[in-house]
Write a protein that binds this ligand. Structure first.
Ligand code: NAD
Length: 504
């Protein structure tokens, strides 16, 4: 493992950039300060938005496949720096190195996807009711896209938005989490390397602004930001959604989840155990798609709890740069105290708790390592319906399949879901209109770890947005319906007659 300063140097940071700022960056690995970076003022932020808008007016004139060429170059930079950027992600947000590298791979994947997409930004041709007429749709860039992102995927979520927004002809202003500014600055540096290798000179179309929610609010309120794509808590979504709606801006929200698995008695239990473990404790329970609720058929409830309790004791918690470790630290003290509060509430609501305690307090007094918690609940109580961003898995039993589906959907969030079953009827019902009400519904796969090819996002308090694959690109463009008359007549739609005076 390279020393921390070496990582920053290899990613192009100068000493000045990481030592002279007003924003302290602390590593969750041991709580020490690893850098100080400069935040932006209100004036600097509004100036950046102005520059981004001017740049978008030029960038939109460049043909989309040419725009794709620049994203291809960016993907190459990411390939070359996958290891080192993965290490920075681990140091700054605490996920294990394997997942840090995985996050960069996800960025590479979306770049590849966007390059192909740059030749497929197509609209429909529609039959016109009028003779000698043709109707079609064309798609145009929006202008400036504002991206607000969360700490737990400090690079990939931006990349999902960025790669698509750029090939769609927009410029992008990114406000990363104040907990992970270094990763954002590193991504911007790699982007600037790609721009240098691009075959033509272009205005600056990518910007990073650093600061807390107040700086984010400037983006949210600014009339020149055509689309706000915001990833984070439901609380943040509730604060910004009315503001963007109030100025008729476009909004893409990726908010909290409370993801469940229905485990039926016909399931392949070994497969299910592996899926539960990765999706409930991986990334220290700090994925929006983390498995938080396990809904188990009554007949296999006690064996399931026993098996899980054994696995939970065996799972290795520790320094995330150690390759044997599966679970790193929580992001900070606030995350730890939220976890403890939820465990206490669960106990009051009748829960039986296994694990959940703090580990390595002596070695790391300023870092928050925990044993993941497994909590057997008598029913789906209030605390279970709430997203706690930590490794807590609530386990509840069901009698009838209908009851399982009802319990599954009876939460305010609607991001990801899955069923483990070998019963075709149950699997199909889970995926049908009367099954899971989430944006992501899987069979015999856990709820976390989505591929970039599908549209990613969820319903209800998760915000309704879709990012990444499928036709999510449409979020970053505006649609125009065009009708072309190639006849010498002027027939009106709906057969309306509107003759000029003196004409028959
Ligand atoms: P957070 O809501 O505290 O912060 C997210 C971002 O929003 C940060 O950049 C923050 O500065 C900014 N922000 C907060 N309030 C704002 C405001 N009023 N105006 C403008 N900007 C504001 O979230 P977090 O703790 O960083 O991340 C964890 C949360 O994110 C969890 O709820 C998790 O489920 C969610 N998340 C969702 C997805 C998804 O795709 N659905 C992905 C990752 C994380």
């Amino acid at each position: 493992m390279t020393e921390f300063r070496d990582i920053l140097t290899k990613l192009g940071f100068t000493e000045q950039e990481v030592s002279k700022g007003d924003l302290q960056v602390r590593s969750p690995l041991d709580g020490r300060e690893i850098a100080k970076v400069v935040t932006h003022t209100t004036k600097q932020t509004t100036d950046i938005i102005k520059s981004a808008y001017a740049a978008s007016q030029e960038w939109r004139k460049i043909p989309a496949p040419k725009r794709g060429e620049l994203i291809r170059l960016f993907g190459q930079e990411l390939r070359q720096h996958k290891d080192i950027l993965g290490q920075l992600i681990t140091l700054e947000c605490g996920k294990i190195l394997e997942e840090g590298r995985g996050e960069v791979q996800e960025m590479i994947d979306i770049c590849d996807f966007a390059v192909g997409l740059s030749r497929q930004l197509y609209g429909l041709t529609i039959a016109s009711e009028r003779p000698g007429h043709r109707m079609m749709e064309t798609w145009h860039p929006l202008g400036v896209v504002g991206v607000i992102s969360a700490f737990n995927f400090p690079a990939a979520v931006w990349a999902w938005n960025f790669a698509l927004a750029i090939v769609c002809g927009n410029s992008v202003v990114w406000k990363p989490s104040e907990k992970t500014p270094l990763t954002a600055l590193a991504c911007q540096k790699l982007w600037e390397q790609a721009v240098l290798r691009f075959s033509q000179k272009i205005p600056a179309i990518s910007y990073v602004i650093l600061g807390d929610a107040k700086i984010g609010e400037i983006l949210v309120d600014h009339p020149k930001i055509a689309l706000i794509s915001a990833t984070g808590s439901t609380r943040m979504g509730k604060a910004i959604a009315p503001k963007v709606a109030g100025r008729f801006g476009k909004l893409l929200l990726e908010l909290g989840g409370n993801n469940a698995m229905i485990l039926t008695s016909s399931a392949d239990i070994d497969l299910a155990m592996r899926a539960i473990l990765f999706s409930a404790v991986g990334t220290t329970g700090q994925r929006c798609t983390t498995l938080r609720r396990l809904i188990v058929e009554q007949s296999i409830m006690s064996t399931t709890i026993n098996q899980l309790a054994k696995l939970y004791q065996q799972v290795t918690v520790g320094h995330p740069l150690n390759s044997k470790v599966l679970i790193g630290p929580l992001i900070d003290q606030a995350a730890f105290s939220n976890m403890q509060k939820s465990i206490e509430l669960a106990k009051k609501e009748g829960g039986h708790v296994i694990g959940g305690e703090r580990l390595f307090e002596k070695e790391y007094p300023n870092a928050y390592y925990v044993r993941p918690a497994l909590i057997e609940m008598p029913r789906q109580t209030e605390i279970v319906r709430h997203e706690t961003f930590a490794p807590i898995l609530y386990v509840m039993s069901y009698h009838s399949f209908e009851e399982a589906i009802a319990m599954h959907n009876d939460v305010p969030q609607g991001l990801s879901s899955c069923i483990f079953t070998n019963d075709l009827r149950q699997a199909e019902m889970f995926l049908s209109a009367v099954g899971s009400d989430c944006g992501i519904a899987n069979v015999n796969i856990g709820p976390s770890g989505a591929e970039i090819g599908g549209a990613f996002g969820g319903e209800k308090e998760t915000g309704g947005g879709r990012e990444s694959g499928s036709d999510s690109w449409r979020n970053y463009m505006r649609r125009a319906t065009n009708t072309i008359n190639y006849s010498r007549e002027l027939p009106l739609a709906q057969g309306i007659q509107f003759n000029l005076p003196g004409k028959n």
